[in-house]
Design a protein around this ligand. Sequence first.
Ligand SMILES: NC(=O)c1ccc[n+]([C@@H]2O[C@H](COP(=O)([O-])OP(=O)(O)OC[C@H]3O[C@@H](n4cnc5c(N)ncnc54)[C@H](O)[C@@H]3O)[C@@H](O)[C@H]2O)c1
Ligand SMILES: [Zn+2]
Length: 408
Amino acid sequence: MVIEQSLLVAQAYEQRVNVGFEYSVHFTRDVFDPGNITFVKAVSRREPERRHKLFVVVDGGVAAAWPQLSARIAAYCARHADHLALLAEPLVIPGGEDAKNSPELVERIQSEMRRLGVDRQSFCVGIGGGAVLDAVGYAAATTHRGVRLVRLPTTVLGQNDSGVGVKNGINAFGAKNFLGTFAPPFAVVNDAAFLETLPARDKRSGMAEAVKVALIRDASFFGWLEQNADALARFDADAMMPMIRRGAEIHMRHIATAGDPFECGSARPLDFGHWSAHRLESLSEHAVRHGEAVAIGMALDCRYAHTAGMLSANDLERIVRLLEQLGFRLYHPALAASVDEGRPALLQGLAEFREHLGGELTVTLLRGVGDAVEVHEIDEQLVLSALEWLRERDARPRATVLRHGGPQ
Ligand SMILES: NC(=O)c1ccc[n+]([C@@H]2O[C@H](COP(=O)([O-])OP(=O)(O)OC[C@H]3O[C@@H](n4cnc5c(N)ncnc54)[C@H](O)[C@@H]3O)[C@@H](O)[C@H]2O)c1
Ligand SMILES: [Zn+2]
């Protein structure tokens, strides 16, 4: 057979594959109470007749706060043995950012899945904070090219933000979230009881992401946060739970409707306040929590937007005041670190952010509360003056800030 040469060089096939994702997000309390069928429903949603194999990984901080958890999970699975088959005792791994700073840990989770015969229809169940869930999600997504994942977020941040999203990953080569995948979970179960043992610092830290989605998407939610700031600062459950739900809803709606769930483009509205936050987390060697860093990052970008003529003094003051009322400190000494030739280390965050996006720098700023806009250039001098403003404001006695807190 003779093939015409021009055909060989000219042909191209346009391949198109559409993949739909669906996952359920449940809100409940005492998920492993034998009478609570939320978890059974979440796991057997697609195949109600089947007995589902479960491999469970638990955050060490959660295991310490809930010493009966493993026994309760075993009893729950025994009670619902028609639907659930627990493959082994839950694997307990270190909680917090340590979980994301160790590639060996991912390997350990994967090797356990190998040993236990976890297949693509089995479930990997992660119970823990955002960091543990990111690491477990990454291990699950890369085992058999994707094992079904059920997340049980146990922190405020996990329940209103990271746990209901589509991202996972670990830190590597000195960069935050350098390795990871986009992989939607099979289901998410938010259990309010877990939050009761969360340290105050982590309760507060998780609120930053709720403030973030309010600022970029929902001015009326921001107003609600302002009205409930005192109750939230006391971690009053009557305010915390609606905040978590609303934050989760806005986050989920954004993923489903904004047109870029796997963040292929450069626009990243959910990363508002994050370019400097990620840098600060690294600069402080993770002494600063993610949410604490995001609160500072948002304040920095709002002051920047104000000096750049985009955001009114009134809106800047509302935003900074809310963050302060919630108990956030809006400056950290690690931000003053210098690298080569006196160039502030913070600015390296812009370069890293650009690189992470792949090409064009896109930073989300605010024109007003609930009114986000993307910019592609950032004036470094203005960033530094915004940082100085935060430093000075932080140096003032707290009472003074609250009494005469107007922007200067
Ligand atoms: N994947 C995403 O889309 C996404 C989004 C935002 C943040 N994140 C990541 O989430 C991480 C931060 O997560 P976080 O704020 O949940 O904190 P975390 O996971 O670091 O947990 C904080 C501490 O609380 C402990 N803990 C967790 N639940 C507990 C409970 N119920 N009782 C007692 N102790 C408990 C942990 O052991 C840890 O020591 C960061 O690594 C951040 O990058 C991911
Ligand atoms: Zn975040």
